[in-house]
Design a protein around this ligand. Structure first.
Ligand code: GRF
Length: 309
């Protein structure tokens, strides 16, 4: 990072990078711990998780990010007038210490609730098993309200426990949700990810799991809430949409937003092409949001706001 970035900068300019804006893979935290290499040397020698750097004019940032859909791109810093060092990386020490800490604490036990295909489920499982991700979470349970949901097969391929809790077998939402809570408690679940779970949760369920219940929605909330978000986006005539990961509150798609990813809409798009493009960004966004919550970087405050730690 310290020696490659200057190759694309004129000598009077520098780069100011913020290490809280990217994920440092645990391997680098481990290298630092066992070798006690200085921060400067770590940054000189390793990419510390950054595989590709682009310098983009401010006014083009949104467009570039949108077209890098699915590439896990984010803004990690800015070009500045050169200080004595040409590249500075702020918060590297605290960021790498945070990763070191997550290597030592117990991983959160996560349940994913589905009703259908389960591509988000699969990407969460793969992220949780990817040692570069440092997700701090294991997917230990998958619950479907539909016995035929394909996501159940996906879970089984990964040897993850599955349960079917059919809503039709319960007289009302309260009792259905209680059956879910019973399963979740029996599996000592810390965090629940709704991933295409087509039921609205009751107020008591939302209260029981406050701050531990996440959902993903294929739009830039508060736009296009509810069903058919892709169709709503196409009909709006907008040239971009996106996805949102949020904590669940008592209403549908209104909870505090943890993060969003933007996706372009093309004139030639159909609901299917847009849905596929959105899913790519959903898969990246959901894993990232789960990492934030599982490693306690993001929490939900008593008054239902997202707080960063
Ligand atoms: C996704 O678009 C998600 O945002 C929405 O339901 C869909 C589930 O897709 N809540 P999959 O089952 O994860 O493929």
């Amino acid at each position: 990072m310290l020696e490659n970035i200057p190759r694309m900068l004129p000598s009077h300019l520098g780069a100011s990078i913020d290490a809280t804006k990217f994920n440092i893979p645990p391997i680098f935290a481990w290298i630092k711990r066992v070798s006690n290499v200085s921060d400067d040397e770590m940054l000189r020698t390793f990419n510390c998780g950054i595989g590709f750097v682009m310098i983009v004019a401010n006014e083009n940032v949104r467009t570039v990010l949108k077209h890098l859909n699915g590439e896990n791109a984010s803004v990690i810093g800015s070009v500045v007038n050169r200080a004595s060092k040409q590249v500075t990386v702020d918060y590297f020490c605290t960021s790498i210490e945070r990763v070191q800490k997550t290597l030592l604490i117990r991983k959160k036990r996560v349940a994913v609730l589905i009703s259908g295909n389960g591509t988000n489920l699969q990407s969460l499982i793969e992220a949780s098993r990817d040692t570069n991700m440092g997700l701090g979470a294991d997917i230990v349970l998958v619950i479907s309200n539909k016995p035929g949901a394909y996501g159940l097969q996906r879970a089984k391929t990964f040897d993850i426990a599955t349960r079917v809790v059919e809503h039709a077998n319960y007289p009302d939402r309260e009792e259905f949700d209680q059956a879910l809570t019973d399963e979740l408690e029996a599996h000592e679940i810390d965090i629940i990810c709704l991933a295409g779970f087509m039921r609205i949760m009751s107020a008591s369920f939302v209260k029981r799991w406050k701050g531990k219940l996440l959902n993903i929605h294929p739009s830039l909330l508060p736009k296009f809430k509810g069903m058919n978000a892709q169709r709503q986006a196409l009909e709006s005539g907008d040239d971009e949409t996106g996805c949102s990961v949020h904590f669940v509150d008592e209403n549908v798609d209104t909870g505090a937003i943890i993060l969003q990813e933007i996706v372009p809409i093309y004139k030639t798009d159909t609901e299917i092409t847009l849905q596929l493009r959105l899913l790519k960004s959903e898969h990246i966004a959901y894993a990232k949001a789960l990492r934030y919550v599982a490693t306690e970087r993001v929490k939900l405050s008593d008054d239902w706001q997202v707080t960063w730690h």
